[in-house]
Ligand binder design. Structure first.
Ligand code: XMP
Ligand code: MG
Length: 178
């Protein structure tokens, strides 16, 4: 595991502090809105659970799974809904929680889909942002960290389903995925 990591980009302490700050901001914004906080599986699971533990307001959670990546490090250019929400979003304030925004394709698709479902508001909170890779314009209202154009793993993010349980964000050695 750890021997496959080239660099630690964001250590555990730094993640923890930033997540707390984001949670504070979000609590302020959503205190009277009973938001539906949507975790995009599986990458956002660790981030989302740490985030909501630090939000001291009424909220509900739900999960969805989309696919635009296989075991590759580049997008296939296609978004498929693998698991939709359990709850209705009608009249709700939605906060979509993502692990990373890369091309922006996944999020722009999700935001558009939810806006078409009679929501009161749709906002996005992503742990990581890779701005250099953006091809589709999408508003990310809350961002944890901007990262360079390298393949990162850990804290929920995977390569071929591995490394999600690392407690930090690291850059994978090239020989692992080349
Ligand atoms: P798009 O291109 O639609 O992609 O913005 C977002 C999704 O792509 C995955 N992704 C990564 N996953 N390390 C990962 O583990 C990365 O560096 C990376 N870049 C993109 C991720 O699933 C995200 O939700
Ligand atoms: Mg993802």
């Amino acid at each position: 595991m750890i021997e496959d990591i080239k660099d630690v980009l964001i250590d555990e302490m730094t993640l923890k502090e930033r997540v707390k700050d984001l949670a504070k901001e979000l609590s302020e914004e959503y205190k009277d809105k009973n938001p539906l906080v949507i975790c995009v599986l599986k990458g956002a699971v660790l981030f989302m659970s740490d985030l909501i533990k630090n939000m001291d307001i009424p909220l509900e959670i739900d999960f969805m799974a989309v696919s635009s990546y296989g075991n590759e490090t580049r997008t296939s250019g296609e978004v498929r809904i693998m698991k939709d929400l359990d709850k209705s979003v009608d009249g709700r304030h939605l906060l979509i929680v993502e692990d990373i925004v890369d091309s922006g394709l996944t999020l722009s698709y999700l935001v558009k889909m939810f806006k078409d479902r009679h929501t009161k508001s749709v906002k996005v909170c992503s742990l990581l942002d890779k701005p250099e890779r953006r091809t589709t314009n999408v508003d990310i209202h809350y961002v944890g960290f901007a990262v360079p154009d390298e393949f990162v793993v850990g804290y929920g993010l995977d390569f071929a389903e591995k490394y999600r349980n690392l407690p930090f964000i690291g850059v994978l050695k090239e020989e692992i995925y080349l």
